[in-house]
Design a protein around this ligand. Structure first.
Ligand code: PEP
Ligand code: MN
Length: 337
C-alpha cells in the first residue's frame, strides 16, 4: 500500500497514521520528497482497510499494490491448480466437459441423456435438482428426489455429478450426493453460502454473477478458499449488458484475465452465456481456442419439452458433433478433449 500524505499533514497526524499501520502488524516507511511525503506500507496490506485509511486526517490518497484476494491469486500460487474429481482432472491438459440437462426431470430422462452425453464426450454430468427460477410459479426442481436420480445416473455411467446448491440449509444434504457443488450466478455473492461451502471438502463450481466484475468474482472464490476449501473452479456464464439479442453477453476475455490473475481453473458455459443452442456451438469453439479449461453445456433429448432452458439445450447428436469439431481446436492450443 502506498499512502500519499497531504502537503499540510502535521507531525501529529503522521504519528497517528504510523501507529495505525504498526498496530495492524505492518511496517511504515516514510519517503519525504520536495512536493510530497509518501508512506510505503510493507507487509500484507489486505489487513488494512483502504477506504478507512483514506479518511484519516493528513492522508491525501491511498493506493493498493496487492489485489484484495490472496489465496486465489497467482502471486500466492504460481502453478495452475488441477482439481481431481473421481479420476477426472479439471485444469490439466485435458479439457473437462460438463454436460447434461438444465434440470433433472425424471430418472428415465436423466439416465438416457447421461448415457448419450457420455458417449458424445462428456466426462462430468450436470443437472439441477434445486433450481433458481425467476418466477416462483416455474418448476423449482425435484429436490432430494432429483439428487437420488443424479446418483443413479452416476452409477449407470460412471460420470461424476455437478449440481447446484442455493441455500446453506441444503449444503449437507446435497454434498452427500454431489461430486461438485455448483454455486449459481444468482448466489455468487451470497456470502453466508460461500463461507459455509468453504467448510466442506468438495470441489466447487463458482459461476460468475450476472453483474459481477472479475475482481468481485475472485473475491467470492476467496471467501470459499479462506474457509479452507481451495478446490474452486471458476465458470464464466455471461453477464448482463445492454445487448438483448443473446440472453447474456459471454465475456470470453474473462478466461484470459482470470487465468492471468489466478491459478484456479476456468471453464465456460456458452449455454447460459448465449441462451440459444445455435450460438452455444461457435462460442464453445471460441472458449476452447481462448484457453478455457473446459465447458459446461446443457443437453436435452427433447428441448421443446424441457422444464427449464430448452432454448439453449443442444440435442445429444449436436453435442457429440461439437465435441468432435472441438478436437482439432483443442490440439491447436496444446490441449486435448
Ligand atoms: C444452471 O446452470 O442451470 C444455472 C441456473 O446457471 P446460472 O446460475 O449460470 O444461471
Ligand atoms: Mn439452465
Amino acid at each position: 500500500m502506498i499512502i500519499v500524505l497531504r502537503t499540510d499533514a502535521t507531525e501529529k497526524q503522521i504519528i497517528r497514521i504510523r501507529a495505525k499501520i504498526a498496530g495492524a502488524g505492518l511496517t511504515p516507511h516514510i519517503s519525504k520528497g520536495v512536493e510530497r511525503t509518501i508512506m510505503m506500507v510493507v507487509g500484507d496490506e489486505r489487513v488494512l482497510d483502504q477506504a478507512g485509511m483514506e479518511t484519516m486526517p493528513g492522508v491525501d490518497r491511498v493506493m493498493s499494490v496487492l489485489p484484495p484476494y490472496k489465496l486465489a491469486s497467482r502471486d500466492f500460487k504460481p502453478e495452475d491448480t488441477i482439481i481431481k474429481v473421481r479420476g477426472v482432472s479439471i485444469g490439466g491438459k485435458k479439457l473437462c466437459v460438463m454436460a447434461g440437462p438444465c434440470s433433472v426431470e425424471s430418472e428415465k430422462q436423466l439416465i438416457s441423456v447421461a448415457k448419450k452425453v457420455k458417449k458424445g464426450g462428456a466426462n462430468i454430468l450436470r443437472g439441477g435438482a434445486f433450481k433458481p427460477r425467476t418466477s416462483p410459479y416455474a418448476f423449482q426442481g425435484m429436490g432430494e428426489d432429483g439428487l437420488k436420480i443424479l446418483a443413479a445416473a452416476r452409477e449407470a455411467t460412471g460420470l461424476p455429478i455437478v449440481t447446484e446448491v442455493m441455500d446453506t440449509r441444503t449444503i449437507a444434504l446435497i454434498s452427500k450426493y454431489a461430486d461438485i457443488l455448483q454455486v449459481g450466478a444468482r448466489n455468487m455473492q451470497n456470502f453466508e453460502l460461500l463461507k459455509e461451502i468453504g467448510e466442506y471438502k468438495i470441489p466447487v463450481l463458482l459461476k460468475r454473477g450476472l453483474s459481477s466484475t472479475i475482481k468481485e468474482w475472485l473475491m467470492s472464490a476467496e471467501y470459499i478458499m479462506s474457509r479452507g476449501n481451495h478446490q474452486v473452479i471458476m465458470c464464466e456464464r455471461g453477464i448482463r449488458t445492454f445487448e438483448d439479442s443473446t440472453r447474456n453477453t459471454l465475456d470470453l476475455s474473462a478466461v484470459s484475465v482470470v487465468k492471468h490473475l489466478s491459478h484456479l481453473p476456468v471453464i465456460v458455459d456458452p449455454s447460459h452465456g448465449t441462451g440459444k443452442w445455435r450460438w452455444a456451438i461457435p462460442m464453445s469453439k471460441a472458449a476452447v481456442a481462448g484457453g478455457a479449461d473446459g465447458l459446461m453445456l446443457e443437453v436435452h433429448e427433447k428441448p421443446e419439452e424441457a422444464l427449464s432452458d430448452g432454448d439453449q439445450s443442444l440435442l445429444p447428436e449436436k453435442f457429440a458433433k461439437l465435441i468432435k469439431e472441438l478436437k482439432p481446436i483443442a490440439k491447436a492450443v496444446g490441449r486435448a478433449i
